[in-house]
Design a binder for this molecule. Structure first.
Ligand SMILES: [Zn+2]
Length: 275
């Protein structure tokens, strides 16, 4: 093999490793935004939890509003907070995986992100008893590499991004609760990203709750609040029955149940080529 050919092959592989998954994620995000707009829907999602203090407070706000959200849990934070995970399940919230140790899939060795994803599933399954197949996954920082992308595709994992960042972890760049609500109004709904891990400094937890309340208030304006799986499921067509629920997972430790839509392959789940 000539040097030029080797260099070309290397550059092509690197481009595929970094660029292709991001292009696919961008397209997936556009489809999420379109689905929200079409249904005038809002999906509230929390990453990086559970937090010993903040997650129960978030749960209380959601309970008062009678709204269910989706929590993308870090397996590293699940350990020691199993009771909080069970409480989320009892309240009917949807649980997804955010990996184990919050690895950046683009800026680490390819297999590191892949292994972290696997560890995340194992950690979540140990607490929920739920098989990972069909369970939504949100990669840390919203990034995948080629290996982790192919793994999600192979396992038919719905990879879920977001359309509206609540900016509740940014320093130096903030977004007020009113601005977040205004952005959602302007786009006709969306998938909101907030974080429920415990902060060590400041009153960021209060900021998260204020933003959550501002989003929940949009219920008064006719927005429909949905879980991620509801958003990914096909919209019912007039005159056609809703798809039947096929899988119900029951935990061994609690009586809580999860329900998963019947045909994820028909959904807009970010699964690329449809396997
Ligand atoms: Zn995260």
């Amino acid at each position: 093999m000539s040097l030029a050919l080797a260099v070309t092959a290397g550059v092509t592989l690197l481009a595929a490793h970094w660029v292709l998954p991001q292009l696919w994620l961008r397209r997936s995000r556009a489809r999420l935004a379109a689905a929200c707009r079409r249904r005038r829907a809002i999906a509230i999602t929390f990453d990086d939890g559970p937090g010993r203090q903040l997650t129960p407070m978030v749960g209380a706000s959601l309970q008062r509003a009678r709204i269910r959200a989706t929590f993308f849990l870090l397996a590293a934070n699940v350990r020691g907070n199993e009771d909080i995970v069970h409480e989320l399940m009892r309240a009917g919230h949807e649980l997804g995986s955010h990996g184990c140790a919050h690895v950046h899939h683009m800026w680490s060795w390819p297999w590191v992100g892949w292994l972290d994803t696997r560890a995340g599933w194992r950690g979540l399954q140990a607490v929920t008893g739920r098989a990972p197949r069909g369970c939504p996954f949100r990669p840390p920082y919203g990034k995948l590499n080629l290996l982790s992308w192919l793994d999600c595709w192979w396992r038919r994992t719905p990879v879920v991004g977001w359309t509206h960042d609540g900016f509740d972890t940014r320093t130096g760049a903030d977004k007020s609760p009113a601005e977040l609500a205004a952005e959602l109004r302007a786009s006709g709904g969306g998938v909101v990203l907030l974080h429920d891990f415990d902060r060590e400094v400041g009153d960021a937890g209060a900021g998260v709750l204020a933003k959550l309340e501002a989003v929940l208030a949009l219920q008064q304006e006719g927005y429909r609040f949905v879980s991620v799986s509801e958003l990914l499921s096909p919209a019912p067509r007039p005159g056609r029955p809703r798809p039947q629920l096929r899988a119900v997972y029951r935990t061994r430790r609690t009586s809580a149940t999860f329900q998963v839509q019947a045909k994820p392959a028909d959904s807009i789940a970010s699964r690329g080529t449809g396997r």
